[in-house]
Design a protein around this ligand. Structure first.
Ligand code: URA
Length: 242
């Protein structure tokens, strides 16, 4: 693949802009500036730098963010900054999209990709990909509430019954809230909050810790993101319960 085409495919601008970056000496391979936009390179595994910042070629982008509170999963946020503002410009230009959405006040595991087919597979209701949530509840979580969440509850304005694939009270948390670990295989709007409301409890804090068999990396601080390795990517698509 031509070097300019590599940059174009990775979100560094229009073809002409990518050629310009190379001709003006802003692109290096193996530490050496390369100023010919049309040299052939093997893209797979290619590490290149643009204005001193190192990038690895990814045919498709797949990344994970530890979503911080106070950010909306929308390209056009209404009340808070967008999660997309936390991504570097080339990824935004590649048009990565979040895989589903988390509420503004929810934290934790949020995937992004520019692979439309993958988004469809991971969000399709038919696939039942399990998502694990750590819920901070206002009231103690009773055994009866856990049983009802597992048996299925009706949400306001929705005739279908929704049930948790797994639910486990985890006791009082350091923040004084009452812990519940909930695994859901569908993704209805505000589902965790509405399910807890249906059993007369209330969500005060919500964090997603796993998606499929992929667990949010412990060393990823709120607001940070990183690429997924091929093993991580397999775990995302793996539908075994975590
Ligand atoms: N359920 C909710 O209520 N909110 C989220 O952000 C995710 C799941």
């Amino acid at each position: 693949m031509k070097l300019a085409q590599v940059l174009f495919s990775q979100g560094f601008g229009a073809r002409r802009e990518c050629e310009g970056l190379i001709v003006s000496g802003h692109v290096a391979l193996g530490g050496e500036v390369v100023d010919d936009p049309f040299i052939d390179v093997e893209p797979e595994g290619l590490i290149f730098s643009v204005r001193g910042e190192a990038w690895t070629y990814h045919e498709k982008a797949l990344l994970v963010m530890n979503k911080p509170r106070g950010h909306e999963c929308s390209q056009k946020p209404k009340h808070h900054p967008s999660v997309y503002s936390l991504l570097p410009a080339p990824l935004r230009r590649r048009d990565v999209q979040s895989v589903g959405r988390l509420d503004e006040d929810t934290t934790g595991l949020l995937l992004f990709t520019d692979d439309g087919a993958l988004i469809h597979r991971l969000t399709s209701p038919k696939r039942h990909v399990p998502k694990v949530y750590e819920v901070g509840c206002k009231h103690p979580v009773s055994a009866e509430q856990v049983e009802r969440l597992l048996a299925g509850v009706k949400l306001v304005d929705d005739p279908a019954t929704v049930r948790a694939a797994n639910a486990e009270a985890t006791g009082e948390r350091p923040d004084g809230l009452h812990g519940l670990r909930l695994t859901l295989t569908d993704g209805k709007y505000h589902q965790v909050k509405r399910m807890l409301a249906a059993v007369s409890n209330r969500v005060e804090a919500l964090h997603r810790s796993a998606f499929g068999a992929f667990v949010l990396p412990a060393n990823l601080a709120p607001g940070q993101w990183r690429w997924l390795s091929p093993d991580d990517a397999r775990a995302v698509a793996d539908q075994k319960l975590c």
